[in-house]
Every structure is written in C-alpha cells, then in structure tokens.
Ligand binder design. Structure first.
Ligand SMILES: Cc1cc2nc3c(=O)[nH]c(=O)nc-3n(C[C@H](O)[C@H](O)[C@H](O)COP(=O)(O)O)c2cc1C
Length: 164
C-alpha cells in the first residue's frame, strides 16, 4: 500500500486521541490457562448479529490465544475500578496472575467473567485484520452477563493515553 509522506504526525496524534474509549478487561482461555489484559480499543460493529471490534497488540500473549481459540470475553469495568485496570496492563509473574487481584468465574463459553464489574460479554471470533502492530478482531456476542448496571470506566477519566 502507498505510504503517505505528507502525514502530519503531531496533528495525527492529537486527532486520533480525540476518539473516546472505554476501559475493559479482555479475558481469554486456552486449556487450563486463563489470561486477561486491559483493552481500550473496543467498539460495537453491528446490531444484528451483535458484533464487537477490538484491536489487540500483535506481540501480546492474549493475541495468540485469541487466534488459537477463536474467542474472548470483554468485562465492562465500573467507573471506580481504575486500580483494577492498572493491574491488568502491568507485567505479571505468570500467565493469568493478574486474576489474583480479581475473582472471576468462567462464563458459558468458558471465558473469564469478573465477579466485580458491571458485567461481561463472551464473543466468538468471526473475522480479523492483521495489517499493523495490532490485530483487529471482530467477535460475535454470544453471551451477556449483567451483574449491576451503573456508570462505566472511561479512558478520559483515568489520565492515561492509549492511542495517537
Ligand atoms: C490505557 C491502556 C489501554 C490499553 N488498551 C489496549 C488495547 O486496546 N489493546 C491491546 O492489545 N493492548 C492494550 N493495552 C496494553 C495491554 O494491556 C498490555 O499490552 C498487556 O500487557 C497485554 O497483556 P498480555 O501480553 O498478557 O496479553 C492498553 C494499555 C493501557 C495502559
């Protein structure tokens, strides 16, 4: 594909950082192992069937698990769960170790569903685009577990940046 030599990198960063994002914990499972990570590049992609779109770093542990298993969960955090989101993007001693900070159970599709969150959806992978340093995954929402409705954690409230 043609490169764009006229791209203004500063303007690009400022503009892309205006895209509003939530903060989620993506859960994955393979065999007896579970893993989870903080994801903000998430949006809805279709009403019918209900699709979600999530971009996942190509070199992350979870990316390979999603590729191999074809499924992932998305846990929607409460507005006051910033500390938990921080646990899930930091390095961990062993795969799945971040869940020591957050009790969970396995949902109907066998994916991690946090006990303390607004709720979670479990998705079956239906498509993907691997064209940059992230893979864009498209998942069909197969199950939805609502624990307690309320305000969700938004990236803008955290002071963190992931984008640009
Ligand atoms: C605010 C914030 C948002 C993030 N959003 C994403 C995201 O949307 N996709 C992604 O792949 N990584 C995202 N990350 C980075 C992952 O959480 C991080 O790379 C994690 O260590 C990956 O875990 P894993 O290698 O165990 O799968 C984000 C990090 C932060 C701080």
């Amino acid at each position: 594909m043609a490169s764009n030599a006229s791209l203004d990198a500063d303007a690009k960063k400022i503009l892309l950082r205006k895209i509003p994002h939530g903060v989620f914990i993506c859960g994955v499972a393979e065999g007896d192992e579970v893993n989870g990570f903080t994801a903000s590049w998430v949006t809805q992609g279709s009403f019918e069937p209900p699709l979600v779109v999530m971009a996942v770093r190509s070199d992350s542990t979870s990316n390979g698990i999603i590729q191999r298993t074809g499924r992932f969960s998305l846990n929607v955090l409460k507005a006051d769960q910033k500390d938990l989101a921080a646990v899930f993007f930091k390095p961990q001693k062993a795969i799945g170790g971040r869940f020591d900070a957050a009790p969970f159970s396995l949902g109907p599709l066998g994916l991690p569903v946090l006990d303390d969150a607004i709720g979670a959806v479990e998705c079956q992978l239906v498509g993907q685009v691997a064209a940059g340093d992230h893979t864009v995954f498209v998942g069909e929402v197969k199950t939805a577990t609502l624990h307690a409705d309320g305000p969700a954690l938004e990236l803008s409230s955290t002071g963190w940046q992931y984008g640009g």
